[in-house]
Design a protein around this ligand. Structure first.
Ligand code: ZN
Ligand code: ZN
Length: 408
């Protein structure tokens, strides 16, 4: 739990932060409940039901369920203005076995909230409570979007296709993600590129089996696949622009049946990450055409399947401006930092921009705390954060961002 050591010396809190701090026990309770009952992508049934139950308890009742299968939306209406903006939290967990002895550790074997989505959902519930408490001071309407399936299933796209940005029409959307590289309590503001385009790749190198002692009588698929792997990395490093940010990683390779038989085929699975479209197009062209010729020149045959993933996430400046202004109001200038280096992770929040066609901003909420030992990376078995400290900041940041996006 967070220790409160600065209460008497602190400068006066922004009213939205004060409201979030008051909610701290609730925020922690929500997050820890969700943490104990994680559900995988697109199976967030209990999570969605819990979200609805808590929204009702807050006093909000304009709720839609089953949006994009397991998504939930909730309208918070202000009395002034007609504009509607949205805030998004993702709800899904990961197939990871948690290694932790905290009392709120996952109670579901093999499942864990290891990316902080439990915290995001708790923050958005907190936003519901804060905005509901603003009454006539809320300068427009805010749609809370509780999204399923961020971890690969594209839940954002499913919700958009199911109309989550319509009736009433949403003008802009913001969201946050916890960030293990940024100090706890600091808010990092990315501009432009935030996350990469993701494409999955399945590749099979076909050879011809034969005796290990007579490689010239067959085609050694392992030898050909080795050349193909090196060629891919060499192409990326030597034949694409050094200013484009992109990479190819193969995470699995398998082939062959016995040490003295030439492998008949080798299967590889990988992922392509890119920011600028030029780098991505060059890699796809190489994989589909030139690499095929190269494998052919060694007597093999190549089949390549590319599965298009999330588009790149690009923040829109006017919305980032609104969120940054809110961040400074909530956390103070010293705790708000620019974040100029986009990572090559993927984030389906990008669909709100590309498919939803509205301006977006995703910002990062620091959770790294060396002193308290919160240093484990996302998607690791020991991931955790100081929820008592971080969640009030996250909830206040999102609530105030909505106010700013509405022009308040
Ligand atoms: Zn994740
Ligand atoms: Zn995540």
């Amino acid at each position: 739990m967070a220790k409160r050591t600065r209460t008497s010396k602190s400068p006066k809190k922004h009213p939205t932060l004060a409201a979030a701090v008051k909610l701290r026990p609730k925020l922690v309770q929500w997050r820890r409940h969700l943490h104990q009952y994680p559900e995988p992508s697109m199976q967030e049934y209990e999570t969605a039901a819990y979200v609805v139950e808590q929204l009702r308890e807050i006093g909000l009742d304009e709720i839609k369920t089953g949006v994009g299968e397991t998504g939930v939306t909730c309208m918070v209406r202000g009395t002034k203005g007609r504009k509607t903006v949205a805030l998004r939290a993702d709800m899904d967990a990961l197939e990871i076995e948690e290694e932790s002895d905290v009392e709120y550790a996952s109670r579901k074997p093999g499942l864990m909230h290891a990316c902080g989505h439990d915290g995001h959902t708790a923050c958005l519930l907190g936003v519901g409570a804060i905005l509901a408490g603003m009454g006539s001071k809320l300068p427009g309407n805010v749609k809370l979007i509780f999204q399923p399936g961020e971890e690969g299933a594209g839940g954002a796209l499913k919700m958009i296709q199911d109309g989550c940005l319509q009736s009433p029409k949403v003008a802009a959307i913001a969201g946050l993600h916890v960030d293990t590289d940024t100090d706890s309590g600091t808010i990092a503001i990315p501009r432009g590129y935030v996350c990469a385009q993701t494409d999955d790749i399945d590749m099979t190198v076909h050879g011809q089996s034969g005796h290990a002692a007579a490689p010239d009588k067959g085609v050694d698929a392992i030898a050909v696949a080795s050349q193909a792997l090196i060629a891919v990395q060499q192409f990326v490093a030597r034949h694409t622009s050094s200013t484009d940010r992109k990479l190819v990683t193969f995470g699995t390779i398998e082939g062959g049946t016995r040490r003295n038989i030439l492998a008949d085929s080798v299967n590889l699975e990988g992922t392509i990450r890119s920011l600028e479209p030029e780098g991505r197009e060059a890699i796809l062209r190489f994989l589909k055409h030139d690499l095929r010729k190269l494998v052919g020149a060694m007597g093999g045959r190549l089949t390549v399947r590319i599965m298009e993933g999330y588009p790149p996430l690009v923040n829109d400046d006017p919305i980032v401006d609104a969120v940054e202004a809110a961040a400074v109001e909530i956390a103070g200038r010293a705790s708000v930092v620019p974040q100029n280096k986009a990572g090559l992770g993927g984030e389906d929040f990008a669909y709100f921009s590309t498919e939803g066609e509205i301006p977006v901003a995703m910002v990062h909420l620091g959770i790294r705390d060396e002193k308290k030992g919160f240093t484990s990376p996302g998607h690791s078995t020991t991931f955790d954060f100081d929820d008592g400290k971080v969640l009030p900041i996250g909830a206040a940041l999102l609530a105030q961002s909505a106010v700013r996006m509405l022009g308040g």
